[in-house]
Design a protein around this ligand. Structure first.
Ligand code: FES
Length: 668
């Protein structure tokens, strides 16, 4: 008998090539050559995941002439699939098409098991979609009188035979589901296997909808994304206010609520859980899907949100030594968080790092990966507490600084949250000292035509965090305020914008919206706390400079980094390397949703992070005092000086003060 010929086959985009026996299926050829080609139904022509595109023409680069006719003709199963679900022109089911000649085969992205998703809107970077949950379609042997094995045993046998899956167990909760699904599906079922270990759910026949939700539980807002765990596509995004606000605007007031009101933690827990459940409801409604298809939920949040969502007592986080219940990742049934989803759905909280550095920072590290960039990298998330991570490829350190709510517009005389009508950008003319500004909700600046009409409806109501930062920095750059943060009385002679306000002076921005001396003091305290925390980590790392800065969170997205640096919030750095990383914490939750490897990654990274407690470090206080000056009493800002003209320091640097004191002593 003449042996059947082998055929050369090349797959793109991987470039893998080899010869396969005549009549092999494209799926088998892909498997034998290690090509990433998906299959959920095990090659039965049901799932359509194995779709490929045979190329037509002579491909010199690959040394072959390929033709779609080098595949078997469209068979019954493929025609049935095409009629049922549609098959794009030229596409074939890899499990059905059999090879009869040389072929170049393109594997489209959606047919790759480990496809990379790159998203712009959520800023995911590039993530390999490989969640903790995988689906397998299996045909299980029917029970027989002469074979007394149970459903589970026959399922496990089928999984081993058809998918090479061994060492699998079936969760007790899934037993009834499996029993029903097997009978309803005429002994064909799709099972969900979590962590390559446990069958956690079963559906009759073929089932391929698997969804997940990633949530950032912020103290002000709770935001989430609904994602397709198969493709990595984000199907819906939504956010809502954290209802705990009614117990206190900031975190500490919520902890005090718990301290003052027995059982208060239960109220706070129920409030946040209800919001989580509503958020999932809103997301599935937006996407038009069934919440029973939600099988995985990942969450990030600061330590207090983390504890409250999990029903843990947050009081130890409100006082030294700020002990967490756990700094490991927590995984539990979603039903225990009162979230309605598939009964097998699990909720996974990323690990908290320290008493003040939460799972949100772990999420930000996962999304931003400072340890993978060259040089010393700084990641800052500014809220009522600034969470700070500093490090390089070898070490990562984390701390938090008590910045207070000034950067969010609180404690400022005309401060307000970033909402329409809030002044967010401010410039002050260096000669006339006249201000110009823009408000959230209008593109038109205050000195441009049409401004009054543009803000007629929204009004000019106050200053938000980014506005006050720019205002204070501009007051310094225009010489109205000295580097000690004092509005100079002499400025009264230069402009009627500066007005006496008791023993101090204020600058009038618009109507009765003033920047007062107290406002400046509040900003100085906040920025000194942030800078001191960063500087403390730099000391521990043994570095006087940083090579890159990422600002996470809403504040980071709105702030103009030039002004943040001019004010001395941040250490000097090449401004080109200072970027906003958007909602990095939320992006981290989404990455952990789509990738089991990412979960293992962040769990091990967090274990290695060196935690620095700012409250107990005497040097924190020293750095804090030095950082009260604007931009700083002693630190040099060479990169910043190239971009803005910094005024002379009014404060005498420590070294000069010492020598002056010495010379005074000598005089005596
Ligand atoms: Fe499922 Fe081909 S592997 S249709």
């Amino acid at each position: 008998m003449v042996p059947l010929p082998d055929h050369l086959i090349v797959f793109t985009p991987s470039g893998r090539r080899g010869t396969v026996a005549d009549d092999s299926s494209v799926l088998d050829a892909a498997r034998s050559l290690g090509v990433d080609l998906d299959s959920v139904c095990g090659g039965r022509g049901i799932c359509g995941r194995c779709q490929v595109m045979p190329m037509d023409g002579e491909f010199q680069k690959h040394g072959l002439t390929s033709s779609p006719s080098h595949l078997s003709a469209l068979g019954e199963v493929e025609v049935a699939y095409r009629d049922r679900k549609g098959l794009a022109e030229g596409r074939r089911l890899g499990c059905m098409a059999r090879i009869s000649g040389a072929l170049l085969v393109d594997v489209p992205a959606e047919s790759q098991v480990h496809r990379q998703v790159v998203r712009k809107d959520v800023d995911l970077g590039s993530v390999e979609v490989d969640p903790v949950l995988h689906f397998y379609y299996v045909e299980v042997a029917e029970p027989q009188l002469d074979d007394p094995t149970g459903d589970v045993e026959r399922l496990l046998r089928a999984l081993a035979d058809q998918w090479d899956l061994v060492g699998i167990a079936v969760e007790v909760r899934a037993l009834l589901e499996l029993q029903k699904a097997l009978r309803k599906g005429a002994w064909a079922v799709t099972v969900a296997v979590r962590d390559g270990r446990d069958v956690v759910a079963a559906w009759p026949g073929y089932h391929d909808v698997k969804l997940g939700v990633a949530v950032d539980v912020g103290s002000t807002t709770i935001a989430g994304h609904l994602a397709d765990l198969r493709t990595g596509d984000v199907l819906a995004s939504a956010g809502r206010m954290n209802p705990q606000i009614r117990f206190g605007e900031d975190l500490m007031s919520r902890v005090s609520y718990v301290m003052m009101n027995p059982g208060g933690e239960i109220e706070l827990t129920s409030a946040v859980r209800a919001a989580l459940d509503e958020l999932v409801g809103e997301l599935v409604e937006q996407a038009g899907v069934d919440r029973r298809d939600v099988l995985e939920i990942t969450l990030v949040g600061n330590p207090i949100m983390h504890h409250l969502a999990l029903g843990l007592d947050p009081r130890p986080l409100g006082e030294a030594p700020f002990a967490l219940v756990t700094d490991r990742a927590v995984s539990l049934p979603a039903s225990e968080l009162a979230i309605e989803a598939h009964p097998a759905a699990r909720a996974y909280f990323l690990p908290c790092i320290a008493g003040h550095v939460g799972a949100d920072t772990a999420g930000a590290i996962l999304a931003d990966r400072p340890q993978d960039r060259a040089g010393v990298q700084l990641l800052v998330d500014v809220g009522t507490n600034a969470e700070i991570v500093l490090g390089n490829g070898e070490r990562l350190l984390a701390a938090s600084s008590p910045t207070g709510p000034a950067f969010e517009g609180a404690q400022i005389s005309s401060g307000q949250r970033a909402a329409p009508g809030a002044i967010e950008r401010v410039r002050i003319d260096r000669d006339t000292l006249e201000p110009r500004f823009s408000v959230i909700g209008s593109e038109i600046w205050s000195d441009e035509e049409g401004f009054e009409e543009a803000v007629a409806e929204i009004g000019v109501n106050g200053i938000c965090g980014s506005g006050i930062i720019e205002a204070v920095a501009e007051l310094m750059l225009a010489g109205v305020m000295n580097s000690d943060g004092v509005i100079e009385g002499s400025a009264v002679e230069r402009t009627d914008r500066v007005i006496a306000d008791g023993r101090t002076f204020s600058y009038r921005l618009w109507g009765d919206i003033l920047v007062t001396q107290n406002d400046i003091r509040a900003i100085q305290l906040a920025k000194a706390a942030l800078y001191a925390g960063i500087r403390l980590l730099m000391d521990h790392l043994g570095s006087d400079t940083v090579d890159g800065i990422r600002l996470a969170g809403a504040f980071g997205s709105h702030i103009d980094v030039k002004y943040a640096m001019a004010l001395g919030l941040l250490p000097d750095c090449d401004l080109e390397h200072v970027l906003s990383s958007g909602n990095a914490a939320g992006a981290g939750a989404l990455i952990a949703l789509l990738s089991g490897a990412a979960r293992r990654d962040i769990e091990s990274a967090v274990r290695k992070i060196e935690k620095i407690e700012t409250a107990t470090e005497p040097r924190f206080q020293e750095h804090f005092v030095e950082a009260m000056a604007i931009p700083h009493k002693t630190a040099a800002y060479p990169h910043l000086s190239r971009v803005v003209q910094l005024p002379e320091r009014t404060t005498v640097p420590a070294t000069r003060r010492r020598s002056r004191r010495r010379s005074q002593q000598e005089d005596v």
